[in-house]
Design a protein around this ligand. Structure first.
Ligand SMILES: Nc1ncnc2c1ncn2[C@@H]1O[C@H](COP(=O)(O)OP(=O)(O)OP(=O)(O)O)[C@@H](O)[C@H]1O
Length: 345
């Protein structure tokens, strides 16, 4: 199946092509099992229907309710949320679900209300690069999420910039959302339609056996985007994507193999990317940049068997900051503000 058909198959799995028309308006009330929810505003839409901000009548509490027109897709997402319910959602940076109910034949899943997605946050000001210390916090939190999911044998299968959201504007705390494509790892087969371009892992493109390491690849793409301000691989055609994934420039390929590469198109060189990024900050630490690029290369390892695991990544120098011992580094206390701090020698 080609890329476009795969993306369509994913939309169809998520319910886009089976839409029951249910006109929801601001001010409408939804009868849940744990209360009545009044629709305040529309927060977003996707393949499934809408996400609305609601208040629970008789309280000040706000929620995000995902209204799913396709009850099969809604039920599948709910089943997956039940599977992860024993994982502490705050500790593991996973979205918290409160309840699920049916209203006018549509499935409504009540989630905690979050702030903005990584995509929206960086879209607002794509000209500025993200400080490495902020990237470290985000990376550590999401690696914890992957570790927790792996521990119960679940693969998210749809990690993108859209599906990672900040919990509030005043702190750096992210959560993984949208378990609509999540699957028990043991049920993953080459036939399963997962991931969207440009976050799709090479083994998914090539139709090879899959496991939860597809999520590590996608997280690598996310971190590269946040660092570089652009996708690390071209994604117009799967041919270009696969070609770029070897992570070396045509010159490097020629140097190591002696073979000339005839067609040249853009392949982002991670080491070159590092020089560009660090020059954008007054205070930068080369060792820290090198540590980040090393982690990234291990996440974007083409062979899933050699790809870094969440536990290994959490022990990587970039995350533990071993390589920064005794140096003064900024602490990120909110999405923009920084303070200086000395790490123990
Ligand atoms: N808990 C939440 N709090 C605030 N906004 C949310 C929340 N959950 C989702 N949204 C908004 O709704 C959008 C769509 O949600 P979600 O990703 O769960 O749906 P989806 O159909 O699976 O989307 P897509 O088809 O884009 O993958 C998000 O990108 C976000 O803007």
């Amino acid at each position: 199946m080609n890329r476009i058909n795969k993306d369509k198959a994913i939309e169809s799995r998520k319910g886009k092509r089976k839409t029951k028309v249910f006109k929801l308006m601001e001010g409408h009330c939804l009868d849940g099992n744990q209360g009545i929810y009044k629709v305040q505003e529309f927060l977003g839409n996707g393949s499934f229907g809408n996400v609305v901000k609601c208040t629970k009548l008789g309280s000040q509490e706000c929620y995000a309710i995902k209204i799913m027109n396709c009850s099969r897709a809604g039920q599948e997402e709910f089943e997956m949320m039940k599977l992860i319910k024993d994982l502490d959602p705050d500790e593991n940076h996973l979205i918290k679900m409160f309840e699920c109910f049916t209203f006018h034949s549509v499935t409504c899943i009540v989630y905690e209300l979050l702030d903005v997605s990584l995509f929206d946050s960086y879209k607002r000001d794509s000209s500025t690069r993200t400080h490495l210390c902020l990237i470290r916090v985000i990376a550590q939190q999401l690696l914890k999420a992957l570790k927790a999911l792996k521990s119960i044998g679940v693969a998210h299968c749809d990690i993108t910039l859209d599906n990672i959201m900040f919990t509030d504007p005043d702190s750096v705390n992210v959560k993984l959302i949208d378990f609509g494509l999540a699957v028990e790892t043991k049920k993953l087969s080459t036939e399963t339609d997962i991931q969207v371009t440009p976050f799709r892992a090479p083994e998914v493109i090539l139709g090879l056996p899959l496991d939860e390491s597809v999520d590590m690849w996608a997280l690598g793409v996310v971190l590269a985007c946040v660092y570089f301000g652009n996708y690390p691989f071209p994604s117009k055609t799967e041919y270009e994507t696969i070609r770029a994934m070897v992570l070396c420039t045509p010159e490097e390929y020629t140097e190591t193999t002696g073979q000339q590469v005839e067609i040249k198109n853009h392949v982002i060189n991670l080491d070159a990317m590092m020089h560009e990024h660090r020059d954008m900050f007054e205070a930068h630490d080369d060792d820290d940049h090198r540590a980040f690029i090393d982690l990234l290369k291990n996440m974007l390892e083409v062979n899933p068997q050699n790809r870094i695991t969440p536990i290994q990544a959490l022990e990587h120098d970039f995350i533990t900051m071993k390589h920064l011992a005794g140096k003064t580094i900024p602490i990120i206390n909110s999405r923009g503000a920084t303070e200086k701090n000395e790490t123990p020698a």
